[in-house]
Design a protein around this ligand. Structure first.
Ligand code: ZN
Length: 136
């Protein structure tokens, strides 16, 4: 079992979205800037008002690593951590699945999917290759 989630007041909407198989971010009500991870204030204009916006879940691998130490028993062996740049221009950390480390390429097109991590229906977002080429 993976570690339990610790939603904060700012991030609760994000985790709730994952339960509904939706990847959400904050959109500033004043200037429209998208932001992630969730935080109270817009980094561009300082506004506190925001709305949840659904993201496409499609993007590219910006950077990635294969952690080897310490071993984490709740993860299957050989998991990958990726920083994904979404088509909307924001980046988020996740796992890269359904591919071995030797086959990962920077800028590889990926898409989100969701996995349940506990009996209460909590989910996390994961990414997998779309099968399109890096140049596509
Ligand atoms: Zn703003």
């Amino acid at each position: 079992m993976r570690p339990g989630l610790q939603p904060s007041r700012d991030s609760a909407f994000f985790w709730q979205g994952l339960r509904d198989d939706k990847l959400l971010c904050q959109s500033c009500d004043h200037c429209g800037r998208l932001r992630h991870p969730p935080r109270p204030m817009c980094p561009d204009c300082g506004a506190l008002e925001w709305s949840a916006q659904r993201l496409s879940g499609r993007g590219r691998v910006h950077a990635w690593i294969k952690p080897v130490h310490p071993p984490l028993p709740m993860f299957e062996e050989g998991f990958l951590v990726a920083l994904v740049e979404l088509d909307e221009g924001i980046r988020l950390l996740s796992n890269l699945c359904e591919i071995s480390a030797a086959d990962v390429r920077n800028e590889m097109p990926v898409e989100v999917f969701f996995i349940e991590i506990d009996a209460e229906g909590a989910k996390v977002h994961q990414f997998r290759p779309t099968g399109e080429s890096v140049d596509g």
